[in-house]
Design a protein around this ligand. Structure first.
Ligand code: THU
Length: 161
């Protein structure tokens, strides 16, 4: 038996102003995308922006449904939209923003488990890391350089026979 330890590396920013210009821009697109979220049931508007290797920034937002599980998270709307437009796209960055009525979300909102699995699929497929920038309404932001920080021991196509 051997006890193992797993560490993750992330960078924390108290304000969006601390980000470099490119990350500020991608995150501002995610923030903008919150405005078109369809989230009448949760009141929790999420926006996502994907920066592609060809320079495109593709945005998405959460789309809810009266049959709750039929809705989709912002991250997957943005990623699937970007990937469905060009099969050879590589994703360099994914920014995530949130907006609520009272602006009370002060901790950065990280992607849910299902979105992590989807991000992992494309990172594995493209063979290069996807930087993930996730933020709060107050501006506090965290950056990880790969989905591996958020989803260790990832299940991917390598396991399939
Ligand atoms: N949501 C996202 O869009 N992304 C996340 O990473 C977390 C949750 C959405 C799903 C649902 O529409 C609402 O936020 C509340 O869970």
């Amino acid at each position: 038996m051997k006890e193992q330890d797993l560490n993750i590396k992330y960078t924390e920013f108290e304000s969006i102003n601390e980000l470099d210009e490119e990350n500020k821009h991608v995150l501002s697109e995610a923030r903008q995308a919150c405005l078109h979220s369809y989230s009448p049931y949760s009141g929790f508007s999420v926006g996502a922006a994907v920066k592609c290797n060809d320079g495109r920034i593709v945005t998405g937002n959460n789309q809810e449904n009266a049959a709750y599980p039929s809705g989709l998270c912002a991250e997957r709307v943005a990623i699937f939209s970007a990937m469905s437009q060009n099969i050879s796209t590589r994703i360099e960055k994914l920014a995530i923003a949130v907006k609520t009525k009272n602006g009370s979300v002060i901790q950065p909102v990280s992607p849910c488990g299902a979105c992590r699995q989807v991000i992992a699929e494309y990172e594995h497929r493209q063979g290069s890391k996807i930087e993930i920038i996730f933020s709060s309404e107050s501006g506090k932001t965290i950056i990880v350089d790969s989905i591996k920080a958020l989803l260790p021991f990832t299940f991917n196509a390598d396991f399939l026979p």
